[in-house]
Design a protein around this ligand. Structure first.
Ligand code: FRU
Length: 496
């Protein structure tokens, strides 16, 4: 039986969702049914559908006591809302149902493993969050919290592990028939670490090992871990808070981190070999993956950044969106991402240009415009020894607005810049990334939805993601070169 708190949330979202029209939402990126959304949770394939739950505050477009919103999809691009799945309604989660994940149990039910939060009063009158891991079991629509909750508490922490930062369990069923989960935690000194737990039945859990320790390298607390095997390697994804920049790889604030290495599953030891950012744009955090029935490892992230999301230009009816679902692969110790192939089925109105010359100025191409667009670009240097100095594509453009992606081959720097997107806030509007290219030749795939851009570099060895809050009438696209560029453009509209 749903609690009063959950029934209220379900009633509220049902009554108010009609206030948001289709045109006010992204067309093929998931947005909250009403109110606020952050992290993807419980991304899973269950009873023939993809399920996506999300950190959810239905009652306002701001973060608040966390519920779990719920949506299902067959193609990862068209989502149907289901009633909210969890509400903060028990003594052990009364201040929030934080992030977590989902797995199917042997009896065919679906288990959600999430973080329960309660505020504990401190001697000085302030409050601190105590975080434990809890379970709810259901049928893909309604979930019952386990009477034995919480299932993982401070008693299950390794020595020195903080009970204030112990969250975001990601669960999976392993080939040895056991369930495992990784959770974010930090030491008393606020240094991130990822803990590994195991369970025979999914309900009773024990600590196995600390998979990775930050040792002061990448920010402080590590949130929202995921851990899986891919293309013969083992991949650990996490989102560190309080990062410091390192070259063009990591930037200040909330970031993303991918560690690739090997895993000794018998002794539960992960050996890291390489590290990289997951996304090089402005808005991407807390991604989670699912293993699709056809074997693809698909990742979706929260298309926002904590550091900028409370600084808004205008009030909104909803806030927060998910990134495109991305197929992952590992090649030569590097994570590659590519938009799910299902997106190709939504492409229409193909327009194609080959060998367009852009020389010291701007070029617009007939039929190349729009705000729901999939654009493939092959940027090349003209055949003489002087490589061009700069190439840029501008989009979401009218007289007042544009957002630009520019490339300077002499510095190998690709930059996203949304300072003319209409934002009236002093937040981050630019980010630069080092990319590899062949003497100025570079391939980009640029995907625009109403409120976002995602730029896939080359074969997907880098992605730059950003929200773009520009009025929808601004749908111009143009190309600029300083020097001589030869350009191939294939453009599709996306009809969702
Ligand atoms: C990450 C995060 C998680 C937490 C959730 C709370 O964005 O801070 O660590 O579970 O958001 O909404």
């Amino acid at each position: 039986m749903a609690s009063e708190t959950l029934r209220e949330a379900r009633k509220y979202e049902e009554m108010t969702q009609a206030q948001i029209t289709r045109e006010e939402r992204p067309a093929f990126h998931l947005s909250p049914r009403v109110g606020w959304m952050n992290d993807p949770n419980g991304f899973s394939y269950y009873q023939g559908m993809y399920h996506m739950f999300y950190q959810y505050h239905p009652y306002s477009a701001y973060w608040g006591p966390m519920h779990w919103g719920h949506a299902v999809s067959r193609d990862l691009l068209h989502w149907e809302y289901l009633p909210a799945a969890l509400a903060p309604d028990m003594p052990y989660d009364k201040d929030g149902c934080f992030s977590g994940s989902a797995v199917t149990l042997p009896d065919g039910s679906q288990m959600l493993l999430y973080t329960g939060v309660i505020h504990e009063p401190q001697p000085d009158g302030s409050f601190r969050e105590i975080q434990t891991q809890c379970i709810a079991i259901g049928d893909g629509r309604d979930y019952e919290k386990l009477p034995g909750n919480p299932v993982l508490t401070e008693d299950s922490l390794p020595e020195g592990g903080s009970r204030y930062d112990f969250r975001d369990p990601k669960v999976w069923l392993a080939q040895d028939g056991c369930y495992y989960c990784v959770a974010g935690n930090c030491t008393a000194g606020k240094d991130g670490q990822i803990l590994l737990y195991s369970s025979r039945d999914g309900l009773h859990w024990q600590y196995e090992n600390t998979l990775v320790k930050n040792n002061g390298r990448f920010g402080r607390m590590w949130e929202c871990p995921d851990f899986f095997e891919l293309d013969g390697a083992w991949v650990l994804l996490t989102s560190p808070q309080d990062m410091l920049p390192r070259g063009f790889e990591y930037h200040n604030g909330n970031g993303t981190l991918c560690l690739i290495g090997s895993y000794d599953g018998e002794h539960h030891i992960f050996t890291e070999k390489t590290d990289q950012a997951i996304d090089y744009g402005i808005d991407f955090y807390a991604p989670q993956t699912v293993l699709a029935p056809d074997g693809r490892r698909i990742m979706i992230g929260w298309m926002q950044n904590w550091d900028t999301c409370n600084m808004r230009s205008q009030p909104k009816k909803w806030f927060g969106q998910m990134s495109l679902p991305r197929e992952l692969s590992v090649r030569d110790g590097r994570l590659y991402q590519w938009p799910v192939r299902e997106l190709e089925l939504l492409r229409c109105n193909k327009v194609e240009y080959h060998g367009v010359k852009v020389t010291d100025g701007i070029v617009r191409l007939e039929g190349v415009s729009g705000r729901r667009v999939d654009l493939e670009l092959e940027i090349g240097a003209a055949g003489h020894p002087d490589i061009y100095r700069k190439f840029a594509i501008r989009f979401a453009q009218d007289e007042e607005h544009h957002t630009a992606v520019s490339f300077r081959p002499h510095e190998s720097i690709l930059k996203i810049d949304r300072k003319f997107s209409g934002s009236r806030r002093a937040i981050i509007h630019q980010r630069r990334s080092l990319v590899s290219h062949d003497a100025g030749r570079l391939r980009l795939r640029v995907i625009l939805d109403r409120f976002s851009v995602e730029i896939f570099v080359g074969d997907g060895e880098q992605v730059l993601t950003a929200t773009v809050d520009t009025p929808q009438q601004a749908e111009g696209i143009s190309f600029y070169a300083d020097g001589d560029v030869v350009l191939d453009v294939v453009k599709y509209d996306i009809e969702a």
